[in-house]
Write a protein that binds this ligand. Structure first.
Ligand code: HEM
Length: 405
């Protein structure tokens, strides 16, 4: 273990971060690191500190004035790569602001994400799942991400928002680039611009041809009460699209990969589907879809686990690291499908706790049930450890998942 500054964008780190995180947790509560975009900041390594940090109002989403964090997008694209008019149209969302703005913005869409409203989507999600699996039936091999894990959540979020299916492939390309952030290189700026142009056109359309979808509802709030600014409106749509696109895909793909990497797990779940709810929580803990929280900025000098953090310092909370902390999870490096106590931080904690958690859980429940019953003999088409993880710091997901059906 050395004390040198670690480059979080280093592909070697990203290909297998768990042993590195284990070293960091042993060495201290926070780790100094080079963040994507070139600034230095801190990563919180241990569970209890991570949980506390996620509710600490002194760790703010407000731009720090040095441009190093608060204005970043949900995908943590470096602010410098984004033209100002584009940045303004995507950065005024709930995950980028503190109360009271956060409270106001979150309240406006919360009603659409209650457990009851989400449960009502079940038949639709089951239909989409069946259609996708029907299309795979008869083939011998497939990339399970392309054929299933990616299109399922995308179709669900697009339906929730009322986005036409013809436009969904474009969205995949743009949103991949957006969450990859600096790793997307030249693709980032044009992708952001295309996405914002699309969102603005969509909102203009809902203004004239409103329906009863979530987007039309948000437009009305904007127009009637003036409680949402135009920038807040486009930013909200941007956040929901990116969050809805890029996370659940990893829950489905990482979970399937974990099951197929050790056949006994796949068979155990097939034999007893009632294990699924705890198994899904364990996938979230063990190989969670999100590696670190989004940025916080210290608004004053403070301490994390006894280490001084200076006002203005960017802080990331290491969700993947916290979820493998052996002081909180006995046998933290073992995947336990029926783990009883599992207060993982994969959905975050505190006021920014994931709004889409009930939706993600429902999609996963439906997806795994369908996969296990429709393709009982499914296996990996390549050695489990030969599949690379996607670049980028925010997300933790496989780049492909080749399977034999
Ligand atoms: C397995 C899938 C998902 C995971 C692991 C996940 C994880 C997270 C995490 C860790 C945060 C907090 C980030 C932070 O504090 O920096 C968050 C926030 C959020 N997520 Fe998710 N998410 C998932 C799916 C979704 C879906 C499907 C949606 C919407 C359709 C969604 C919408 C949101 C929103 C709007 C926020 C911001 C909440 C706020 O700032 O108050 N998420 N998510």
């Amino acid at each position: 273990m050395t004390s040198e500054i670690v480059d979080l964008a280093d592909p070697a780190f990203q290909s297998d971060p768990h042993p590195v995180y284990a070293d960091w947790r042993r060495a201290g509560p926070v780790r100094r690191a080079l963040l994507p975009g070139g600034t230095e900041g801190w990563v919180v390594t241990r569970y209890e500190d991570a949980r506390r940090a996620l509710t600490d109002p002194r760790l703010s989403k407000r731009a720090s004035g040095n441009g190093s964090g608060g204005s970043r997008t949900a995908g943590q694209a470096p602010a410098g790569a984004t033209p100002p008019e584009i940045g303004a149209a995507i950065s005024r969302h709930m995950l980028a602001v503190d109360p009271p703005d956060h409270t106001r913005l979150r309240r406006l869409v919360s009603a659409a994400f209650t457990a009851r409203r989400i449960e009502a989507l079940r038949p639709r999600i089951e239909r989409i799942t069946t259609d996708l699996l029907d299309a795979m039936e008869g083939g011998e091999r497939a990339d399970l991400i392309d054929a299933f894990a990616f299109p399922l959540p995308i179709q669900v979020i697009c339906e929730l928002l009322g986005i036409p299916s013809d436009d969904r492939d474009d969205f995949r390309e743009w949103s991949n680039a957006v969450v990859a952030g600096s790793a997307a290189g030249d693709r980032l700026a044009p992708s952001l611009k295309a996405m914002v142009t699309y969102i603005q056109a969509l909102l203009a359309d809902r203004r004239t041809h409103g329906g009863d979808d979530l987007l039309s509802g948000l437009v009305q709030v904007r127009d009637e009460d003036d409680r949402l600014t135009e920038q807040e409106l486009s930013s909200m749509v941007f956040l929901l699209l990116v969050a809805g696109h890029e996370t659940t895909v990893n829950l489905i793909a990482n979970g399937t990969w974990l099951l197929l990497a050790d056949r006994a797990r796949w068979d155990a779940l097939r034999a007893d589907l009632s294990l699924l709810p705890t198994a899904i929580e364990e996938f979230l803990r063990y190989e969670g879809p999100i590696e670190t929280s989004t940025y916080r900025i210290a608004t004053e000098d403070l301490e994390i686990g006894g280490t001084p953090i200076r006002a203005g310092d960017p802080v990331l909370i290491g969700l993947l690291s916290a979820n493998r902390d052996p002081d909180r999870f006995p046998g933290a490096d073992d995947l336990v499908l029926d783990r009883a106590q599992n207060p993982h931080l994969a959905f975050g904690h505190g006021i920014h706790y994931c709004l889409g958690a009930p939706l993600a859980r429902l999609e996963a429940q439906i997806a795994f049930t369908a996969l296990l019953t429709r393709f009982p003999g499914m296996r990996l088409a390549v050695p489990a450890d030969s599949i690379p993880w996607r670049p980028g710091l925010l997300l933790h997901g496989l780049s492909s998942l080749p399977v034999c059906l």
